[in-house]
Write a protein that binds this ligand. Structure first.
Ligand SMILES: Cc1ncc(COP(=O)(O)O)c(C=O)c1O
Length: 409
């Protein structure tokens, strides 16, 4: 047996299930929207999506929009956050979780993540609270619900608002309540790789009629739902979703429960198999999580269990075996030039130095960006045999890597 990198036969040559998935139902829905000649955001499919998605998340209101970035910006605005307000956020997320805070004029304050969950640590968030703190953006990273009891308590104690960034967490459920039902408002993304998708798209969901009305208005040029077409009550924009997106998403929403179950079953198989393989660690299960969609798996990679093989070489070896492991984010959000080099641009936007971003060091976030490994959700959408291939490739790379190898080749 030889490593595929050395010319051996790869464990796997067939690809994992592709994403997105679609069938005749999406085609039919798209054609119906086409033939209706109502292609914009006022097609009945849009209302169907808003109601259906809110029902699925067990929330009272859904407001659809162009994407998950805009959804966050609108949600933060609806909480009336702006210049001078600090909003605590994880540094281990996509940029939108923090840039939306800046775009509404408020200041992101980064707090470290918990190494056991990869989510914002409630204790670190609490330590970052100042008299100016008004809200927390809680990201359910990779689809794993954050510790919402702790964040709720924090919010109550310090009179903070909570925005749940559930871009990865459609359908996730924490202690009997789906994500989105713990904070003031939640946002979702329907971007290409998300758990349901129309290429782009987003949703704001909430139990508050006031917040929902504000969000609808911001997404619809400041109109009111019952107002006239040319009556604009507040400063809004056009963030509407189209009929084509909504038509596809309605079908995708119906596919999701089965896909979520399949991923959960394959995840359990992977987790069980990993008990026999040292060096690749997934977060501990938590009995308070009732449903997890496993959008993105983050593993801790320990080179010492693979003969000292650095992470990049490990990834190369696994990819050659046909397993699409990837590195995590290259750096925490605050290491981006936006925060490090563009301080003038930030101050023009009402930012003030709540944190010295260029000097900021949040150790767990830094470490996971150096040592973490990702696997995307489509790897869990196949059969148990697909998962067996992942485990076999890991055993193979572990076995055939000589001690002290700096590289495989
Ligand atoms: C955690 C998180 N929040 C927000 C977004 C933004 O969503 P969109 O790409 O739909 O704008 C993303 C996108 O990947 C994300 O990962």
């Amino acid at each position: 047996m030889e490593l595929a990198l050395h010319g051996g036969t790869p464990v796997r040559t067939s690809p994992f299930p592709q994403w997105p998935q679609y069938g005749p139902e999406e085609e039919k829905a798209l054609l119906e929207a086409l033939h209706s000649r109502t292609w914009g955001g006022y097609h009945p499919a849009v209302r169907e999506l808003e109601e259906g998605f809110a029902r699925y998340q067990r929330l009272a209101h859904g407001v659809s929009c162009a994407n998950g970035t805009v959804a966050l910006e609108v949600a933060l605005r609806a909480l009336q956050l702006g210049p001078g307000d600090e909003v605590i956020v994880t540094p281990y997320s996509f940029v939108a979780s923090a840039s939306a805070i800046l775009l509404c004029g408020a200041t992101p304050v980064f707090a470290d993540i918990d190494p056991h969950t990869f989510n914002l640590s409630p204790a670190a968030a609490e330590a970052a609270i100042t008299p100016r703190t008004r809200a927390i953006v809680v990201v359910h990273f990779g689809g794993r619900p954050a510790e919402m009891d702790a964040f709720q308590q924090l919010a109550r104690r310090h009179e903070l608002r909570i925005v749940e960034d559930a871009a990865h967490a459609h359908g996730a459920c924490w202690r009997g309540t789906p994500v989105g039902g713990w904070g003031d408002v939640a946002t979702f993304s329907f971007q290409s790789f998300k758990l349901i998708t129309a290429g782009e798209g987003g949703m704001i969901a909430t139990n508050s009629a006031t917040i929902a009305d504000r969000c609808w208005s911001y997404c619809n040029q400041g109109r009111k739902q019952q107002g006239g077409w040319f009556d604009h009550f507040t400063l809004g924009s056009n963030y509407r979703i189209t009929a084509f997106q909504a038509a596809v998403l309605n079908v995708q929403l119906r596919r999701m429960p089965e896909q979520t179950e399949l991923r959960a079953a394959n995840y359990a198989h992977l987790k069980a198999g990993l008990r026999e393989i040292s060096g690749l660690l997934l977060p501990e299960d938590d009995g308070r999580i009732e449903r997890q969609p496993y959008y993105l798996l983050t593993f801790w990679y320990a080179p010492e269990a693979f003969g000292g093989l650095p992470r990049e070489a490990f990834l190369e070896a696994m990819q050659a075996e046909g397993i699409p492991f990837k590195p995590t984010y290259p750096h925490p959000l605050y290491r981006n030039p936006l925060f490090v080099a563009e301080q003038d641009e930030l101050s023009r936007r009402g930012w003030y130095p709540a944190q010295d971003y260029p000097r900021l060091q949040l150790p767990v976030a830094e470490r996971v960006c150096r040592e973490g490994v990702w696997l995307n959700h489509n790897a869990l959408l196949g059969s148990r045999r697909d998962v067996d291939d992942i485990l076999e490739a890991l055993r193979k790379v572990q076995k055939l890597t000589p001690r002290g190898a700096a590289r495989v080749l």
